[in-house]
Design a protein around this ligand. Structure first.
Ligand SMILES: Cc1cc2nc3c(=O)[nH]c(=O)nc-3n(C[C@H](O)[C@H](O)[C@H](O)COP(=O)(O)OP(=O)(O)OC[C@H]3O[C@@H](n4cnc5c(N)ncnc54)[C@H](O)[C@@H]3O)c2cc1C
Length: 549
């Protein structure tokens, strides 16, 4: 069997390694147009910032390694320029010599990945403008940093790559300005969670401009569409990626969402004996069952392995993705899995959301607060997604939630998980369990939540409502939600008699727990429509751009 693989980073090398494990007799050739293979692109921001000291640590394997360990022939600086599915041949150009030749396959794997997009901005090809996609990009940026010693970087786009680079370049002492065309940072998060990230960026000394459009890059900085000039002697464009699918399309391979290659669960494309994997393919979403494009290294490795297995007769199939991801920005971990609230609504779900603010472990063990946004379907109780920001233990919570969602858990199932507890690691009831309890209370136990957005809409509607700040008066005096009355929790039983039992009532405290206790009191006294403000005053303030105390 003759196997040809195009692309030798995460997906291509995984496919090669798995194919070799399954078939010792196969002849496996990988063509890679770049000079670097099987590298950790995810580590590149940390080399720029110096946390990874040696670039070689990101490129531990070379073609000789694959030859000796797997008997796989990786040809670097070889670009596949055409595929002829009828003749089962590819055309290859040796970029070092210019030689062009054809090579025959029985099975072909497209692992061509993705490339950074460059928006149509004047001056975007100037020498001080960079993208960060591969090792070559990384070295170009490092050389620029070393030789030109820039003082101020403008980063266009606030996805995880832009923010990881922001953290690293700020760590070098550079001024950092973030420019985002959407009204929020981190486009994958819902705005209520992105607000925490933006506040943290600003607290860390980064200038953040949202809702702006960059019109031109000049020698001295960038110019926005409204004419504002921002000075910068280095620019990074991190506005997303585009799948490298043109070669496939030219060969008649069907494309799907976002122009990525369509594959089935065995990574088979629409053309016989052609498989695809990694950042060049679309994926099936585990919650919706619909195709989505979520290029991630975690998935690229997995789909590469499945492609390698599938084409050598194995029975591995791909089950789909949740788009689970995590990144660090100035010490804050930002994570998400499954559908966002916005996506859930767009998919026709009626989502119930909660903002659960809890320490990752007891305060006496220096626990740090994390905010978990849980999203569940009101009709079935099924968990749809979660987003977390925090400073400790975010990684394990997002993975527990991703696991739960993968296996179709409902909100009420989270409380019953037998999670590990000891003070250095968690609280007796883990924040994940609380998330389930809050959602379950809202869905099944008549303890509905109201989000800050819903409260604002209610306020705008003109419908009368009673908003009760159940904290101590000193906290109310320091800052409170507009139109709230101060009725401390311990006085609420008495004061409730004087309130309108028919009007909508909303209770709140700092984060939600006492607000829930106040909600219980009013419900017990026969109030008909009582909501607890999700995430309390803290979440409300964050969404309204106020610094949390
Ligand atoms: C800065 C950065 C940080 C990241 N951090 C994370 C992270 O923390 N977590 C995470 O999950 N993911 C992360 N990612 C994403 C992850 O790196 C990618 O998902 C992964 O590299 C995809 O692997 P791939 O093999 O599918 O594609 P690619 O890495 O794009 O590799 C495809 C290769 O195919 C080659 N190729 C294309 N066309 C041809 C052709 N015609 N002939 C020959 N060769 C060709 C290309 O030169 C390229 O080398 C990060 C990415 C970047 C850039």
């Amino acid at each position: 069997m003759r196997i040809i693989i195009i692309g030798a980073v995460a997906a291509g090398t995984s496919a090669a390694a798995k194919a070799r494990r399954n078939r010792e007799d196969a002849q496996i050739t990988v063509y890679e147009k770049d000079s670097d293979i099987s590298y950790s692109g995810c580590g590149m921001p940390y080399y720029l910032g110096g946390e990874v000291e040696n670039a070689d640590a990101l490129t531990p394997r070379d073609p000789a390694y694959f030859q000796s360990k797997y008997n796989v022939d990786i040809r670097i600086r070889h670009e596949v320029t055409a595929i002829d599915p009828a003749a089962r041949k590819v055309t290859v150009r040796n970029l070092a010599t210019g030689e062009v030749f054809t090579d025959a396959y029985d099975k072909l794997v497209l692992a061509t990945g993705a490339r950074a997009t460059l928006p149509p901005i004047d001056g975007v090809t100037r020498p001080h403008v960079f993208t960060l996609r591969n090792i070559g990009d990384m070295h170009r940026i490092k050389t620029f940093l070393t030789e030109r010693q820039p003082n101020h970087v403008a980063i266009i786009g606030t996805g995880f790559i832009g923010l990881e680079v922001a953290e690293n370049l700020k760590g070098l002492g550079m001024a950092v300005t973030l420019l985002e065309k959407l009204p929020q940072v981190t486009p994958g998060l819902d705005p209520d969670m992105a607000a925490h990230v933006q506040a943290h960026l600003e607290k860390s000394g980064v200038a953040v401009h949202t809702g702006v459009s960059v019109q031109a890059v000049t020698d001295t900085g960038v110019t926005l569409a409204d004419g504002t000039a921002i000075s910068a002697d280095m620019v990074l464009v991190s506005t997303g990626v585009k799948p490298n699918a043109e070669l496939a399309a030219a060969a008649g391979v069907a494309l799907g969402v976002a122009g990525a290659i369509r594959v089935d669960a065995r990574m088979q494309t629409s053309v016989p004996d052609i498989y695809a994997c990694g950042d060049c393919i679309e994926h099936t979403h585990l919650v919706t069952g619909k195709p989505v494009y979520r290029p991630l290294g975690s998935t690229a490795n997995k789909t590469g392995r499945i492609a390698g297995d599938s084409l050598t007769g194995g029975d591995l199939t791909f089950r789909g993705i949740l788009g689970t991801g995590i990144f660090r920005v100035f010490g804050m971990a930002v994570a998400q899995t499954g559908l966002s609230e916005r996506e859930a609504r767009a998919e026709g779900f009626d989502p119930v959301v909660c903002h659960n603010i809890k320490p990752d472990r007891p305060e006496y063990m220096h626990g740090q607060e994390m905010i978990i946004k849980g999203i569940a379907d009101r009709t079935t109780g099924r968990l749809l997604g979660a987003q977390i920001v925090g400073f400790g233990g975010v990684d394990k919570r997002i993975d527990v939630l991703a696991t739960a969602i993968t296996f179709g858990a409902k909100a009420e199932d989270l409380f019953h998980l037998d999670l590990a507890y000891a003070p250095p690691f968690a609280t007796t009831k883990d924040p994940v369990m609380y998330t389930g309890m809050i959602l379950e209370n809202a869905i099944h136990r008549g303890r509905p939540l109201m989000t800050a957005v819903e409260l604002d809409a209610l306020s705008d509607s003109g419908e009368p409502y009673t908003l009760i700040d159940a904290r101590v008066p000193a906290q109310y005096d320091k800052r409170h939600v507009p139109h709230a009355v101060s009725i401390p929790h311990e006085k609420l039983r008495e004061a409730a008699e004087t309130l309108d039992h028919e009007a909508v009532a909303i209770t709140y405290c700092n984060k939600g727990t006492t607000g829930n206790a106040a909600q219980n009191i009013l419900l017990g006294k026969g109030f008909k429509r009582v909501y607890n403000l999700s995430g309390g005053e803290k979440q409300y303030a964050a969404e309204h751009g106020k610094k949390n105390q």
